[in-house]
Ligand binder design. Structure first.
Ligand code: NAD
Length: 347
């Protein structure tokens, strides 16, 4: 297949490109490049076969020529960004998704896979795992944008245009464009710099976690599923036994670091984002999806990743690894405008 991955120059994109290449597919990339230069490893097999540079809000039909499946990753990708850039999050994550989907459908692309998020369950979760029929209760602009993105894709569905909505768990794992603003990386960055693990909540919120290779395998299974073959179009995507409370994540990170001390400060109070998620459907109905990682192995991978990294917290939590910092800096330097479009630079 010829597969278009939007947002291929982010954290997940390079690893997903490798996974699709490994399955024998041709990969086309489309990205505006906010984080293109934030490379923290070798970028070798992770390059698409062809790439476009552009903004999904203006994406043109030519990008979709000959494409069999779209994996739509491009987005402003987390809660902190959505909190300070709610309008841009709405414009990119909803308006940009609409533009991509409409152009894809008009170009005759049959399969469109959205990288949605388990965070849409927001405050809906208790200790009972929530499945795809459960109530969504987004508590942030980012999560609301994912709910709207899902709804608009459902409204565009036709016999010859079949969206699949993958509600992904929070990702972890090493990538050539690393993020340390996600829970495991963040916990381990702090430990790497200070010698201890610090949890700012009371440690009780539930978070499902998934390695980026496994998340990519789910997208691969969705892309490869023949049109009309799936009984469902919405899937919670996680691994087996992948629901953790934040205090468990701290314990697993601590063990990987040789029993690094843990401090639960509780200073941020009780995080309203707590969701324990049921993944039965994806294992039962998304044929070919077989996650291979667990969190302990992921924490070990992170220990190896950190081995040659500086111990300064200001470097680890700088624009290189934190999406909000990067966009804040691009905006402060007037390299992007208020709408987060690039400002043409005078040579
Ligand atoms: N990382 C996670 O834990 C996680 C969990 C669930 C869902 N998701 C979703 O998966 C997707 C990818 O996540 P990620 O962690 O790789 O994020 P990321 O921020 O690292 O990458 C997003 C990419 O999208 C690009 N992009 C943003 N706005 C664009 C625009 N207007 N036009 C073109 N490109 C644009 C960026 O340049 C970047 O390369 C996102 O949609 C995110 O919401 C991520």
């Amino acid at each position: 297949m010829r597969v278009l991955i939007t947002g291929h120059c982010g954290y997940i994109g390079p690893v997903m490109t490798r996974v699709f290449h490994g399955a024998g597919h041709e990969v086309v990339g489309f990205d505006t490049g906010y984080f293109r230069d934030q490379i923290s490893g070798e970028l070798k097999d992770e390059h698409p076969d062809f790439e476009f540079v552009g903004d999904i809000r203006e994406i043109g039909h030519e990008v979709f020529a000959g494409v069999d499946a779209v994996i739509h990753l491009a987005a402003l990708s987390n809660d902190p960004l959505g909190n300070v850039a709610a309008e841009q999050t709405q414009a990119i994550n909803v308006g940009g998704t609409r533009r991509c989907a409409e152009q894809a459908r008009a170009a005759g692309v049959p399969r469109f896979v959205l990288a949605s998020s388990c965070s849409i369950y927001g405050s809906a979760g208790g200790d009972v795992p929530i499945d795809e029929n459960g109530r969504v209760a987004p508590v942030t602009a980012y999560a609301r944008s994912k709910v709207e993105g899902e709804q608009l894709l459902e409204s565009l569905q036709r016999d010859d245009f079949e969206p699949i909505l993958l509600r992904n768990a929070t990702a972890y794992g090493a990538s050539p464009r690393m993020r340390l603003d996600l829970v495991l990386g963040n916990v381990m960055a702090y430990a790497h710099a200070t010698g201890k693990i610090r949890v700012l909540s009371d440690g009780t919120p539930w978070r499902p976690l998934l390695h980026i290779e496994d998340l990519s395998r789910a997208a691969l299974a969705a892309a490869e599923a023949p049109i009309g073959s799936l009984p469902y179009h919405v899937f919670n995507v996680g691994g087996r036994d992948c629901n953790y409370q934040v205090k468990d994540i701290a314990e697993i990170a601590s063990a990987a670091l040789g029993n690094c001390p843990i401090e639960i400060t509780g200073e941020n109070g009780n995080d309203p984002r707590s969701y324990r998620v049921d993944f039965t459907r994806v294992f039962t109905h998304l044929k070919g999806y077989q996650p291979t990682w667990n969190l302990a192995a992921g924490a070990q991978e992170m220990v190896r990743w950190f081995a040659d990294k500086p111990k300064a917290l200001e470097t680890l939590l700088s624009e290189r690894f934190v999406r909000l910092e990067r966009l804040r800096n691009l905006r402060a330097a007037n390299r992007i405008d208020e709408s987060f479009r690039w400002v043409p630079q005078v040579a």
